[in-house]
Design a binder for this molecule. Structure first.
Ligand SMILES: Nc1ncnc2c1ncn2[C@@H]1O[C@H](COP(=O)(O)OP(=O)(O)OP(=O)(O)O)[C@@H](O)[C@H]1O
Ligand SMILES: [Mg+2]
Length: 305
């Protein structure tokens, strides 16, 4: 059944600060168990959108719904089902990590000590849980923030730049954790200005710039450059010459020792057939992918202003 409402939906969402439009006419839909990336350069409006989604600030117009309920009108019902980490988490430096979790648990109406152990385990803070938070490194604080977001076992996890301050191992752990959560049916909405970070875990991304939606797409569709293949052969120049006589091979060229070319009827197997029949045994033929970082930059530059 697909009658369930999206887990997160924004409708014609607007936010302006005086003259400045921070978010403009934003329509987004995120479904259950999606790992959804929210991408944009600095100042694009990511945090502003997330603050509105969490009911922390009011939209100038439009609305945000979580699990089918308008957030600000149904705060008490909606927010217990959401876990969030927005920019740097607000932590009590003089308390231990465990006591920070306990304090948040009390605000949530009580959380079992066992759940506190669980989330400490999940974010790999076991062993440092009794130290005061002001002695934590930035990455440890970020992990504690994530533990807080997970405390109430939320259906929707909203993470604003969660990789901030994490070392490479921490980023890998975070990725694995988010994948596990999505596999367990949780929805994860994660903002970032670093494309490569989101690319590796998200299935879909929305790209915003200057508060406006530039593109919503599957990551796979963003990276795929339709119709072109990379071919490795012993003598690329001979192959290029052969290709240039073919009507379907317009734009064939050599790049970094590889031949880049369209295929007959756009089909890789037809290209392989052509190569073999013409005596160019390929070491490999693979669909060409865009460098996602370039796609991102071109999308956000193109639509500027
Ligand atoms: N409280 C505020 N008062 C005035 N302007 C604000 C306020 N908060 C955000 N803005 C403006 O709104 C725009 C979007 O800011 P936002 O923080 O949402 O961007 P972001 O995408 O989260 O950027 P970053 O990647 O740097 O975190 C910016 O132009 C910012 O200056
Ligand atoms: Mg931000």
């Amino acid at each position: 059944m697909s009658t369930a409402p999206p887990v997160l939906r924004t409708r014609a969402l607007h936010k302006s600060y005086g003259e400045r439009l921070a978010v403009e006419n934003l329509d987004l839909e995120v479904d259950r168990a999606e790992l959804f990336g929210f991408l944009g350069p600095n100042g694009a409006g990511k945090t502003t959108t997330i603050r509105m989604a969490l009911g922390l600030i009011a939209p100038s117009s439009g609305s945000v719904e979580i699990l089918g309920r308008e957030v600000r009108a149904h705060r008490a019902e909606v927010l217990p089902r959401v876990g969030a980490l927005v920019e740097s988490p607000a932590l009590y430096g003089y308390l231990s990590g465990r006591d920070n979790l306990r304090a948040v648990g009390d605000l949530l109406g009580g959380v079992a000590p066992r759940r506190i152990d669980e989330v400490l385990e999940i974010v790999s803070l076991k062993g440092r849980e009794r130290d005061r938070v002001r002695t934590y490194s930035m990455g440890m604080k970020q992990r504690l923030g994530l533990a807080i977001a997970l405390l109430n076992d939320p259906d929707l996890l909203i993470l604003d730049e969660p990789a901030n301050g994490l070392d490479p191992a921490g980023i890998v752990e975070m990725r694995d954790l988010l994948r596990q959560l999505a596999a367990a049916g949780k929805t994860v909405f994660i903002s970032s200005h670093v494309l490569s970070e989101v690319q590796q875990i998200c299935t879909r991304v929305a790209i915003i710039n200057h508060g406006r939606l530039v593109r919503v797409a599957k990551v796979a569709d963003l990276v795929q450059a339709p119709g072109e293949y990379e071919v490795k052969v012993d003598s690329p120049l001979d192959l290029l010459q052969a290709l240039r006589a073919q009507s379907w091979a317009a734009g064939a060229r050599a790049e970094d020792g590889l031949v880049v070319t369209p295929a007959p009827d756009g089909r890789g197997r037809e290209l392989i057939k052509f190569l073999v029949e013409n005596g160019h045994q390929p070491d490999f033929v693979s669909p060409r992918e865009h460098d996602l970082e370039e796609v991102f930059l071109s999308l956000t530059e193109e639509k500027a202003n």
